[in-house]
Design a protein around this ligand. Structure first.
Ligand code: NIG
Ligand code: FE
Length: 396
């Protein structure tokens, strides 16, 4: 075996699908060549220039945050205070606050300021072993501002120390200038799709299917247009009410449907047949003090893969920690440790359509590792606000 370096004397949670549970290897090592994993398994003698002794620590795949809105300007601390006084998220949105207040700040912000703010947020995620981050547009909502955001996301790749998946979130909220012309807004965002696809500015699209956002019929128009451009789809579905968004996402063979608090049995079944991943977002549930948990038991019964993400955004989930997202998913929704860890590795990769390249410790995958100062994997889920990362390994 030829390798550039090995990480040895480690315990592995490979998360490989052909192994039970977390795919544990007790006396393990990972070998890397040219940025790819060439071996992950029992320790073997190997001739290699660089040996990293992990001194019994645990190696997991680099973590994947598969749902964020981390590119925005301004903050929503005042809205947070209003909600403490009793206002609801929907009240605030209907009064022109919420997403639209972030849109106003984001439109006004120069690219360099957006870039700097996003970098700082990425650092917070990376410090916990995150090696792949999905970032949505959606706070521009006009042609120039949406393209600006997608280009800033492309600019974030220049630092070359984290994989970034860009998602075009066109139907996120209806901007004031289109208040009397919903069809015109949909036409505008649909017309952007060919350019976005041709320039590779996004690798998927997303929408917000909700009473305060867009109807299933409107979302379908957008998803049809995305499909015609060859762009895979994701969907914010059934977060605040059941508009059957999960089933709608499944009809478009969506990579994922996200939130899903109000998804019913039929929605779960439809997702299972379409292979659509359920992205669980406990930060938004917590922040909005929701009562209705997503139907985790139905997802298990139907064999729907579950991912866990931060939903990092200034309004409903100002959450900058994927470790804490796992803890919240376990405590609030009773996900098991195994489900949480799969949710930020293999299943998160599937939610991004990147299952071939990241998400497990298997030969051929990118050498993205998180090495942890822990005695058992459950520690990654159970502590609140403690970061046991020893080392993070990322390769292009
Ligand atoms: O995922 N649900 C829609 N979008 C975001 C909220 C964005 C915002 O409030 O700024 C979410 O929760
Ligand atoms: Fe979201």
């Amino acid at each position: 075996m030829r390798a550039d370096r090995v990480f040895t004397n480690a315990r592995l949670a490979t998360m490989a699908p052909d192994m039970p549970g977390l795919g544990v290897v007790e006396r393990g090592m990972v070998a890397e060549a040219g940025g790819r994993i060439v071996y992950a398994g029992q320790r073997e003698a190997i001739d290699v220039a660089e040996i990293i002794d992990c001194e019994g620590r645990w190696i997991t795949p680099g973590l994947i945050d598969c749902h964020t809105h981390l590119l925005y300007a301004g903050d929503r601390a005042a809205e947070f205070e209003a909600r403490l006084e009793g206002a609801s998220y929907e009240d605030i949105a209907r009064a022109g606050g919420g997403i639209m207040s972030t849109v106003r700040a984001t439109r006004a912000a120069p690219k360099f300021a957006l870039l700097a703010a996003a970098r700082a947020r990425l650092e917070a995620l990376k410090s916990e072993g995150v090696t792949t981050v999905e970032i949505k547009s959606g706070y521009g909502l006009d042609e120039a501002a949406e393209l600006k955001l997608l280009r800033v996301i492309a600019g974030l790749r220049v630092s070359n120390d984290v994989d970034i998946a860009a998602t075009f979130l066109g139907p996120h909220a209806l901007p004031a200038e289109f208040a009397r012309d919903r069809a015109g807004f949909l036409r505008m965002i649909c017309n952007l799709l060919p350019l976005i696809a041709a320039e590779g500015l996004a690798e998927a699209v997303d929408g917000f299917c909700e009473g305060i956002a867009f109807s299933p019929e409107e979302i379908s128009i957008f998803l049809e247009a995305a499909r015609a451009c060859g762009l895979p789809v994701k969907l914010h579905a059934d977060q605040l009410s059941n508009l059957h968004g999960a089933a709608l996402a499944a009809r478009f063979s969506a990579l994922s449907a996200d939130h899903l608090e109000y998804t019913d049995e039929d929605g779960a079944a439809a997702m299972a047949s379409a292979g659509t991943v359920a992205v669980i977002l406990p930060g938004a549930f917590y922040t909005l003090r929701e009562r209705q948990a997503p139907p985790v038991e139905a997802f298990r019964r139907h064999g729907v893969k579950m991912a866990v993400a931060t939903d990092l955004n200034p309004g409903t989930s100002p959450l900058f920690s994927l470790l804490l997202a796992m803890n919240m998913a376990a405590t609030q929704f009773r996900l098991t440790v195994e489900e949480c860890l799969l949710g930020v590795t293999r299943h998160a990769a599937a939610a991004l359509g990147r299952g071939e390249t990241v998400g497990t410790l298997e030969p051929g995958k990118k050498c993205h590792l998180a090495i942890w100062d822990i005695e058992r994997p459950a520690e990654l889920v159970y502590r609140i606000g403690f970061n046991p990362l020893w080392r993070r390994v990322w390769s292009a």
